[in-house]
Design a protein around this ligand. Structure first.
Ligand code: SAM
Length: 246
């Protein structure tokens, strides 16, 4: 893996990043850079926007509240998003924050909230999820920023799966070892990793998943994992399979 200065402060900005860009930060980011990390004039920070790679930018002279960053050099080219959906039943608050951040760290390309029969979260805060995506990307040196889709009811999500996309159905009822060999083959193509809610998928959902032509049933071992733990375990296996298939 290329050497990377993980100590550098990183900031996601929506602006285009070019060698002539001067970024005037919005109030929230200006507060963070000016008052929280107290970036001094002339000091550098790494900027990324999910499109233009990562840039070294230096704080320009200006007012206390007015933080302007001037791009100097591109440090890393933009990375591509993996064609990897993480399809999950939304959890409540802190566990959802954790699961979203881990899915980003583990390489998900799209986060797809799926409303299943036993989903306990009554409403899904998309903006909070998107903020967690950005926070995970900032903290882990990630340049490809996953998209968070609007929640879909399970039947609509399943019906909308493209024919080429294999569903990796994480099924706690599967036999330990199920799916691992098939995953290495499937890992080359587009995937949707599916993890159920605290109460698991319903029998009807489980039948629909197992009956779907593109489904690969994956066991995550002999123990029943919490959904947020299952996210990390499943995406780690997918990443390992993708690396071994590369
Ligand atoms: N009812 C328990 C609970 O409340 O935590 C278990 C449900 S489990 C957390 C939720 C999801 O995690 C399941 O629907 C499945 O997708 C995944 N999962 C958990 N353990 C698993 C295993 N050993 N193998 C495959 N998937 C698993």
């Amino acid at each position: 893996m290329e050497t990377y200065d993980f100590r550098a402060q990183r900031l996601f900005v929506p602006d285009d990043l070019t060698d002539v860009a001067e970024i005037r930060l919005d109030r929230e980011r200006a507060h963070y850079v000016g008052d929280v990390i107290r970036l001094a004039v002339g000091k550098a920070i790494h900027l990324f926007n999910g499109r233009d790679g990562e840039w070294r930018a230096v704080r320009a002279p200006g007012g206390k509240r007015d933080v302007v960053l001037v791009c100097e050099a591109r440090l890393r080219a933009q990375a591509a998003l993996a064609d990897l959906d993480y399809a999950f039943a939304p959890l409540k608050h802190a566990r959802l924050d954790y699961m979203v951040q881990k899915a980003v760290e583990m390489g998900a390309g799209r986060l797809v909230p799926v409303l299943t029969r036993h989903t306990q979260a009554s409403r899904v805060n998309i903006e909070r999820m998107r903020a967690n995506v950005v926070e995970a990307a900032e903290q882990c040196g990630i340049l490809a920023v996953p998209e968070v889709l609007e929640p879909l009811p399970f039947p609509r999500w399943l019906a909308g799966i493209e024919p080429a996309r294999r569903i990796v159905f994480c099924d706690e009822a599967a036999t330990p070892g199920d799916g691992l060999a098939a995953l290495t083959d499937a890992a080359r193509g587009p995937l949707a990793v599916a993890v159920g809610p605290e109460g698991g998928f319903s029998d009807e959902e489980r039948r629909a998943l197992r009956g779907h032509p593109g489904t690969l049933v994956l066991s995550l071992g002999p123990r029943i994992l919490r959904a947020d733990t299952a996210a990390v375990a499943a995406l780690a296996l997918v990443e390992a399979a993708r690396q071994s298939a590369a």
